[in-house]
Design a protein around this ligand. Structure first.
Ligand SMILES: [Zn+2]
Length: 320
């Protein structure tokens, strides 16, 4: 059996034919060109789907269903995207349109962070887990919750917004309107901003840091990697930034574990390339804060396994 997984993003639409063992057989992408009529976007999506199916030597009849992982609030019951920040969709029936343009039997949709969590639960780091949570540290902090094989997103499909739980009351301003949201500290953007703040502070205090050299003296070059890179070279400021980043990340993860006690909590995003430099101190901090103590089985904290394919595979497993 074959499935079509579609990762719809603000920049690109990536489509893959996925087989029963959750492997992507072939993939293809096209620019989203988000500033146009939504119907044109779905037409292009259908065309890429047709092309990639053909390249696999298959026909649309060989496809069990198509799944779409989309940004925003996706009503998985109706197939309607109710709202998406960076796409021209407002109460827009993307599932029905794709079904019409593609002639596929069935189309499922889900929010992209939720779909990624389902990919990890079915084929990745949380394979075999009854309860799992995934967080993705990117531009924002995406959250997905899978309970008994089903995505949990609340009665209105807008839940699991873990990035917008407050971990610092009256803290940093978040794009959602609140202050002190987890994502303002623990996303890749949050780490980049934290790095800039610490370098500015070091300048004021007359402290030297090799981050200045790594950024060629220009804070506009700051990114989510440089603090870890500096720390690994023994830089004090780098270590302070990493410590602060990990303490905020641990706070949000401990909150999440205290609510859900998932078997597995997986973490995705580029910062996971730091592997044990991230994971070892993070676990120590998390388990010093969680409610459960020795004697009770503990949640496993793992690096997500699906990487850039999380969207495609997550979309392809939506009907399972
Ligand atoms: Zn927020």
């Amino acid at each position: 059996m074959y499935y079509l997984g579609i990762d719809l993003g603000g920049t690109n639409i990536a489509v893959g034919v996925v087989d029963e063992s959750y492997k992507i057989i072939k993939k293809k992408s096209t620019p989203t060109l988000a500033n146009r009529d939504g119907k044109l976007i779905i037409q292009d999506m259908a065309n890429v789907c047709k092309a990639v199916v053909e390249e696999c030597g298959l026909t649309i009849d060989d496809i069990e269903y198509a799944g779409i992982a989309t940004p925003g609030t996706a009503n998985s019951d109706t197939g309607v995207v109710e709202y998406a920040n960076n796409l021209p969709f407002k109460n827009f029936p993307i599932a029905d349109l794709l079904k019409e343009y593609l002639g596929v039997k069935k189309v499922y949709i889900e929010n992209d962070a939720n779909a990624a969590a389902k990919a990890e639960a079915i084929a990745g780091a949380a394979k075999g887990a009854k309860y799992s949570v995934m967080i993705t540290l990117g531009t924002g902090l995406g959250g997905g919750i899978v309970l008994d094989g089903k995505v949990y997103s609340g009665f209105n499909h807008a839940g699991a917004e873990l990035g917008h739980i407050v971990i610092e009351k009256d803290g940093k301003q978040c794009s959602c309107g609140r202050k002190g949201c987890w994502e303002t500290y623990s996303s890749a953007t949050g780490l980049t901003n934290m790095t800039k703040e610490h370098v500015l502070k070091a300048r004021k205090e007359g402290r030297k840091t090799i981050i200045e050299d790594l950024l060629n003296g220009d804070l506009n070059n700051a990114n989510a990697r440089v603090a870890f890179a500096a720390m690994k070279q023994g830089d004090e400021v780098g270590k302070e930034i990493v410590d602060e980043f990990i303490s905020y990340l641990a706070c949000g993860i401990a909150n999440t574990i205290n609510i859900f006690q998932p078997n597995v909590l997986s973490i995705g995003g580029g910062v996971c390339n730091e592997k044990d430099y991230l994971l070892v101190p993070l676990k120590k901090a998390v388990f010093s804060e969680t409610y459960t103590k020795e004697g009770t089985p503990q949640c496993e904290i793992q690096i997500a396994e699906m990487g850039n394919d999380a969207g495609i595979v997550g979309a392809a497993v939506l009907g399972l």
